[in-house]
Each structure stands twice: as structure tokens, then as C-alpha cells.
Write a protein that binds this ligand. Structure first.
Ligand SMILES: *Cc1c(COP(=O)(O)O)cnc(C)c1O
Length: 377
């Protein structure tokens, strides 16, 4: 395919109308196995067995590769499985640096599964490159970046961390779920692998669970990720691959609107006397605004966190008074959600008690602002 604009690739990459039916939209190929040639040999370019590869997943991976600007991609049945493929590739005995503000599930994955397996980790304030440098150990194999981070929207200088890591022969991986490949391209500034929970913005409609890894030019690493996918088998079904492929057609349009709505809602909330603080790197007052403007393009994403004046009670009260915005965990869908992270994360939560995380959806902005206005009273 010629180097079309990503907005065009979101629609056309991965599939051309098929020879057999002339189907313009990608068909769902549910078969688990594929016929060999008359000579008994495997047919060149044809899949063999669905766990190893199948048409819907391959086409999806082609599109994901183009959207993220990578060399290849592996699709998984969840974001967590995608993250595991990267941690697993490091081997036992590895040490991993993670940001101190990070998706809760990644930290728990390291503590519960990878600790006993033989990996260790250190959480560090990744917005301070000197601290990152000081936390590197002899066995550090990976620096894991999440920017903006979940739930406090701390922004890491991705290029600076990637170049430090390269100098020390350490891999970098970036959870790009929040920023999205529409606004941020970590591979273009030297990151080795990018991971997404496609449950979120890629899927975009809160109706599928999935994950993916997109890699740059590190062939040894990408082979290990592919092996984890095809041998480990945490693969998406043909239907889920098809559904995600379909959702990606509108991904650039959706992301643009998520970004616009988030900025306007953040501005409104910042001006409200009942709100103590708004975390959103798109706000000129945000401490990460300059850095975010350097490494994000065309917007700052659709996620906003607020600190409500008072404590957990006031935050939960606000969440309960919202009528249009639903109180539920997760993010990235067309509908706006609000989430009290401390209760979602449970007893080991590091989130402030008065923090509400908002996934700003695609509703009309005046309705979103009106809903917060009435809920704040
Ligand atoms: C949701 C999420 C994940 C985990 O993805 P699942 O699809 O739920 O397994 C990882 N990172 C971030 C930033 C997320 O929001």
C-alpha cells in the first residue's frame, strides 16, 4: 500500500475486497484449520491453524502496524496478555523499571505473577530522568513507560528515557493506551515496543476485550513476542479481530473528538470552585503542558482526572449525582465514564481518595458540561 495518510489507512489498510465473493467489508473467517495443497504441502501464503495465524487476525495486525508506525504487530485477547508477552520476553532474573503512577493492573501483574517467576521491579518517578538513571540496576532489562499515566496524567519525556535506555543497552516498552497512537508515536522517538489495551480507544465502543503489541526494528524481541502469542495462545477470536478491525475505521475521527471534548470539559472543571485540581496535559496551567505539547500531536487525549474538594465521600457523591456520565471502570468508549479509582483498585490503591477519573466520550460537549454542572450543584 502506498504511504497513505493514517486517516486513510484506518479505513483501507489490511483488507482489499476478496476475490471469491467480492466482499467490500472484511468477512469473518471462523475456520480453525486450512486445507493443504494437492501435493500435501502447505500452501504458500495460506494460514495453517487458527492459533498460529488466521486471516482476520493478520489483517487486524497489518492495520495496527500502520496506525502505530511500526514494523509488525501481535494481537492478543487482552491488554494484560499483550503486556505479558513483553515481560516474558525478558526472561527470569530481569529487573524492570516502571513509573510510580501506572495502570494498577500492570503493577499487580508484576507483583503477583512475575515476582514469583523471578522478575523484580522498581517504581520510579519517571518524570525525573535523574531518578530513572539512579534506579537502573545491573540486571535492568526494560524501562516501561506510561504517558500520560493512569490515573494522575503524569507525562514522561519518552524520547529522553528511550535514549538513556539505549545508551545502557536496556529495552523500552510504552503502554500507549491512554495517549493513543493518534496523538503520540513512541516508536518514532526510539521506543522498542508499544503496547495497547485495545479494549479502550482502539475498540472504542466498550464491547470488546483485546490487546496488542506493535514493534519497531528489534527482530529478536519481536520473535519472542510472536512466540508468546502463537505458543501461549492468548489470541483474540476471529470475531473479536473482525470487530476491532471494523472499529479502527473510525478511530482517527473518534480520537480527534475525544481530544476536543476532553479539553473543553477540563477547562470547565478547572474553573469550578468545587474542584481542587484538574489533571489534563492539554491545559496551559498543567505542569506537563510544555512537554506534552512537544511529544503529542493534534491533541492531548480523552482522559481527564479531577481532585474533588473534600475526600472520598465528596468524590463518590459527585459520581453518584451524574446522570449522563456513567460511574463504571474502563475508558475509551463513545460514552463518557467516571471512575473513583480508589474503590476500583481496592485496598492497595495509591490513588488519592478524592480523585475521579473521567473518560470523556463523544457526546455533545454542552451536555457533558451541563451534567457536571448539575451534579456539582
Ligand atoms: C485497561 C488497561 C490495561 C489492561 O488492558 P485489558 O484489556 O483490561 O487487559 C493496560 N494499560 C492501561 C493503561 C489500561 O487502561
Amino acid at each position: 500500500m502506498p504511504p497513505y495518510h493514517p486517516d486513510t489507512q484506518a479505513i483501507h489498510a489490511g483488507y482489499r475486497s476478496d476475490d471469491f465473493y467480492g466482499a467490500v467489508a472484511m468477512p469473518i473467517i471462523l475456520t480453525t484449520t486450512f486445507e493443504r495443497g494437492p501435493d500435501g504441502k502447505f500452501v504458500e501464503g495460506r494460514d495453517i491453524y487458527a492459533r498460529s495465524s488466521n486471516p482476520n487476525r493478520r489483517m487486524l495486525e497489518d492495520k495496527l502496524t500502520l496506525l502505530e508506525g511500526g514494523q509488525g504487530a501481535a494481537a492478543f485477547s487482552s491488554g494484560q496478555a499483550a503486556t505479558m508477552s513483553i515481560f516474558h520476553a525478558l526472561g527470569a532474573g530481569s529487573h524492570i523499571l516502571i513509573p510510580d503512577d501506572i495502570y494498577y493492573g500492570t503493577r499487580v501483574l508484576l507483583e503477583k505473577l512475575y515476582g514469583p517467576w523471578g522478575a523484580s521491579f522498581t517504581a520510579v518517578d519517571m518524570t525525573d530522568i535523574d531518578r530513572v538513571k539512579a534506579a537502573i540496576q545491573d540486571n535492568t532489562r526494560l524501562i516501561w513507560i506510561e504517558s500520560p499515566s493512569n490515573p494522575s496524567l503524569k507525562v514522561t519525556d519518552i524520547e529522553a528515557v528511550a535514549s538513556l535506555a539505549r545508551e545502557k543497552n536496556i529495552l523500552t516498552g510504552c503502554d500507549n493506551t491512554w495517549a493513543s497512537s493518534f496523538f503520540c508515536r513512541p516508536l518514532s522517538v526510539g521506543v522498542d515496543v508499544v503496547m495497547h489495551s485495545s479494549t479502550k480507544y482502539f475498540g472504542g465502543h466498550s464491547d470488546l476485550t483485546g490487546g496488542c503489541v506493535i514493534w519497531g526494528s528489534n527482530a529478536a524481541l519481536s520473535q519472542k513476542i510472536r512466540d508468546f502469542q502463537t505458543l501461549g495462545g492468548a489470541v483474540p477470536s476471529a470475531f473479536d479481530s473482525w470487530l476491532l478491525f471494523r472499529s479502527l475505521s473510525t478511530y482517527p475521527l473518534r480520537m480527534k473528538k475525544h481530544g476536543e471534548n476532553a479539553l473543553q470539559l477540563a477547562e470547565f472543571l478547572e474553573s469550578h470552585p468545587a474542584i481542587e485540581k484538574v489533571h489534563y496535559p492539554g491545559l496551559p496551567s498543567d505542569r506537563f503542558h510544555t512537554l506534552a505539547s512537544k511529544q503529542m500531536h493534534g491533541g492531548y487525549g480523552g482522559m481527564v482526572s479531577i481532585l474533588v474538594k473534600g475526600g472520598a465521600e465528596e468524590a463518590l457523591h459527585l459520581a453518584s449525582r451524574l446522570q449522563l456520565v456513567c460511574h463504571a471502570t474502563s475508558l475509551g468508549g463513545v460514552e463518557s465514564l467516571v471512575d473513583h479509582r480508589q474503590t476500583a483498585e481496592g485496598v492497595h490503591s495509591l490513588s488519592p481518595p478524592n480523585l475521579l477519573r473521567i473518560s470523556v466520550g463523544l457526546e455533545h460537549i454542552s451536555d457533558l458540561i451541563a451534567d457536571f454542572k448539575q451534579a456539582l450543584g
